[in-house]
Design a protein around this ligand. Sequence first.
Ligand SMILES: Cc1ncc(COP(=O)(O)O)c(C=O)c1O
Length: 459
Amino acid sequence: MPVSAATPAETPAAPAAEPASAAPAGGRAAPPGGSAASGRAGAPPTGLPADFSALRRQDPELAGLLLAELDRQSRCLQLMAGENFASPAVLAALGSPLANKYAEGYPGRRHHAGCELVDLAERLAVERACALFGAEHANVQPYSGSSAVLAAYAALLVPGDTVLATALPHGGHLTHGSRSNFSGRWFRFVGYGVRADTGLIDYDQVRDLALAHRPKAIVCGTIAHPRHLDWAAFREIADEAGAYLIADAAHTLGLVAGGAAPNPVPYADVVCATTHKTLRGPRGGLILCGEHLGPRVDRAVFPFSQGGPHLHSIAAKAVAFQEAAGAGFAAYAHQVVANARLLARELAGQGLDVLTGGTDTHLITADLAPLGLSGGSARGRCAAAGIVLDKYAPPYSRAGEECSGIRLGTAAVTTQGMGGAEMTRIGELIGRALREEPATVTEVTALTRRFPPYPVTAA
Ligand SMILES: Cc1ncc(COP(=O)(O)O)c(C=O)c1O
C-alpha cells in the first residue's frame, strides 16, 4: 500500500491516541510489516496502518471519530466477551483495494472478470482455515457469524424443520430460534438448557428432547456458557436421534486454533464461527465441514443467502488464520483462559456469584444478586470507571425481572499483553467500580496506558 502523508493542518481536533510506549512484555509480537507510525511530521501517530493518513486528510470529521474510537478502545478496559483487537496486518488487509473487487462465485468459478488475484487470496484463506482446524472444506465468505449460521441451516434444512438448540435464556444466540430472527420464524426450535443446580449443560435433557422431537438438526453453541461443550456427547445424541450436528463455535474457535479448547470439527457435520472474537481476525464468519457437504454449504452461502464476497475481509481472514497458526497464538489462547480463570476467582472474592463456579474459556458470567445490584446498574457503574462489559440475565432469571448479571471476557486484554497480575488488578477495579469508589477511572487509565493495543513503533 502506498503511504500517503497527512496534512497536519487538516488533522481534526480529536482525542490523541495513547502516547508511544514500548510494547508490553508478553504483548502481541509485531507481525511482519506490522504497526507503523503514520503520516508525515506533525500528524500524531496512531499505530494504525500508514495510509490512515489519507482519510485524515480528506475527511477530518470522520477521521476524528475513528481516532476518538481508537482512544476509547485504548483508554478503557475492553472486557466485552465477543471483542478483540485485530492486528495491524489484519486491519491493513481490510483497508486494501480488494474491497473494490466484485467476485460472485468461488475461485475458478466466478461470474466476473479480473478475479485471478482475488482467487489466490480466497484460496489462501480456505487452505489456511482447513489446515488450522483440520477441516476438509472451508467457506470463508460469510459476512458474519449470523450469516454463517443462516447458510448452515440453508444447507441442511428446509423451512418448517425442527431444530434443537440452546434455549435463548440459557445462552443461545438469536440465530438459535429467536422469534425476532429468521431462525425462529422459519424453523420450529426446541430449546435445551443448563441445570439449575450446577449451571452446566443438561445432556440428559438434550438426549430426552432429541429422542422426543426427532429434530433434523441439533445446534450446540452459546454466547454465554463458560464451560467447554462436550462435542462427543452431542455427536452421540445426534446420531441416536438421526439429526445433523451443527456446532456454533462463534466464541471459542480462536481458543481451538490455539489448542486451548476442544475442536468441534471431528464431531460436527457443520461448524459455524466468527473470525473476530477469540480468533482475533476481521469481523466476519466462517463455515467448516466435510468434503461431502462442501457443495451444499457453498451454494447455501452464494447464491442462496449472500451476494458478492467481501474479498478484503477474506484476505484479512487469511492473515488471521496465518497468525493463529503461529506458535505465539497457542501461548495467547492458553493465556486467555488462564486470565479468565484468575479474573473469575477475583470476582468471586469481590462478592460476585460466578456462574458454574469458574470458566474453561475466555468467558465469565456472574450474578450480582449478592451485591444487590442489577446487571444494568453494574454495567453503568463499570462504564463510568472506564470498564466496558455487558449486562446479562443468568439462566432461570424470572421473566420481566431486571437482569442481575454481567458477562465479560479476557480475549482483548490478553491481546494487549495483560497477564495474571493485571487480572488481579482488574478484579479489584471492577469491585471498586461496583462500589462507586472515586478515582477508579484514573486507576483504570493508569493500567491501560501500560498496554496500548496498537503500540506506535518507529516507521
Ligand atoms: C454463538 C454465536 N453465534 C452467532 C453469533 C453471531 O455473530 P455475528 O454477530 O458476527 O453475526 C454470535 C455473536 O455474538 C455468537 O456468539
